[in-house]
Ligand binder design. Structure first.
Ligand SMILES: Cc1ncc(COP(=O)(O)O)c(C=O)c1O
Length: 376
């Protein structure tokens, strides 16, 4: 039986032509030609003043925290259920992560879950657009403005989603994206930081190039900083992908629509939500099972794997990970974030690669229906 992978990119002759051109021509004074085009095209598509191409979204979050002046003694609030990359850079800058509960409706932060964690030490919040879903970004932004802390919108998983008609990545002081190979658009590994703030943009450019002022020709470093630059081949791949972004998002939505009809009518199974007025770009089609079915995500993944179908588990609460064992953040998260602990054990991401066909989605749906029927 052909194995169905959990994700996969869409690569066409355009990507191959651009990468080939980069490796052929982009050396010495041409080294940044594709970066410039990629950053300008990305900024203009998303509608922000500045875009900075980086080696990963993790490095984008790290630079955003540094540029916002977050450091020791500061608290940064993140949702319990996300990839650890949202939270790990908080430790890189010596600040303290605070885990807030997710909202059962969106699986993301809400104004209420965020408000419960604000203290005088709160310096920033990083709402996450989980699997393409949307937190209450307007309400979160209003709360941050009221209390005077920054918003870094982690749109790693949600390029093309829209909340109240506004694209993800445009909500916070800073927005960040991932172009990891599993994402809707990819550069193999890569990320983008977007902002409208000129000073913050300048600081990020300086920090990503070992503390050199942009344009410095004398290799004169003003501070000890970081080497976070993307390669020309990746920038070329990224340019081809952003030029096709509307097609990639439409494809994700088509895949989700196949699942929605293939899984219709199953009781106790919920797919990614899309509130009225929002648009979900459905990076990963995600099925949440009701706990009373008694079927945990690890077991369900095994049963699907036995049918040659690869799935992923819904993110574990960060406070439950060995990485945070023994910390105050973990203690408070485990004690105070019941929704994350209630939902997380019963969710899986279904295959959502851009190269999936309708027949493969039908096979996934049929397998899931069989498994659920026999475990009922
Ligand atoms: C929500 C979230 N934030 C951040 C990241 C980090 O992205 P990268 O792997 O490009 O560093 C990811 C990547 O998977 C993610 O899903």
């Amino acid at each position: 039986m052909e194995r169905i992978p959990v994700s996969g990119p869409s690569i066409t002759a355009k990507e191959i032509a651009y990468v080939t051109d980069a490796v052929t021509t982009c050396w010495y004074e041409q080294a940044n030609a594709y970066h410039d085009r990629f950053e300008r095209t990305f900024a203009s598509w998303i509608g922000r003043k500045h875009a900075v191409a980086l080696p990963s979204c993790t490095s984008a979050i790290h630079l955003a925290l540094l540029a916002l002046g977050v450091g020791p003694g500061d608290e940064v609030i993140v949702p319990e259920c996300t990839w650890i990359a949202t939270a790990a850079p908080i430790a890189y800058v010596g600040a303290t992560p605070v885990f807030a509960d997710i909202d059962a409706r969106t699986w993301c932060l809400s104004a209420e879950t965020l408000a419960a964690r604000i203290t005088p030490r709160t310096k920033a919040v990083i709402p996450v657009d989980l699997y393409g879903n949307l937190p209450d970004l307007a309400a979160i932004q209003a709360l941050a403005a009221k209390h005077g802390f920054a918003v870094i919108e982690d749109a790693a998983e949600a390029i093309g989603s829209q909340h109240q008609g506004r694209l993800t990545g445009t909500w916070g002081d800073v927005g960040v994206f991932s172009f990891h190979g599993s994402k809707t658009m990819t550069t193999y590994e890569g990320g983008m930081l977007v902002t409208d703030d000129d000073a913050l943009w300048q600081r990020v450019l300086f920090l990503r190039d070992h503390g050199r002022t942009p344009g410095d020709r004398f290799f004169f470093n003003a501070e000890v900083a970081y080497k976070y630059k993307m390669s020309s081949m990746q920038a070329a791949l990224g340019l081809a992908q952003i030029e096709r972004i509307d097609e990639l998002i439409a494809r994700k939505r088509e895949i989700f629509a196949w699942y929605r009809s293939g899984l219709a009518g199953i009781t106790g199974l919920t797919l990614n939500p899309e509130a009225a007025g929002d648009l979900n770009s459905y990076w990963m089609v995600t099925a949440l099972l009701s706990p009373d079915r008694g079927l945990r995500k690890e077991r369900l993944m095994e049963l699907m794997a036995a049918q040659a179908i690869d799935c992923r588990p819904f993110f574990h609460p960060l406070s439950a990970l060995p990485a945070y064992a023994g910390t105050e953040a973990a203690r408070r998260g485990a004690a105070g974030n019941p929704t994350a602990y209630a939902l997380s054990p019963f969710g899986i991401n279904l295959p959502s690669g851009l190269n999936l066909g309708e027949a493969q989605v039908e096979r996934v749906c049929a397998s899931l229906r069989r498994i659920l029927a026999s475990s009922a």
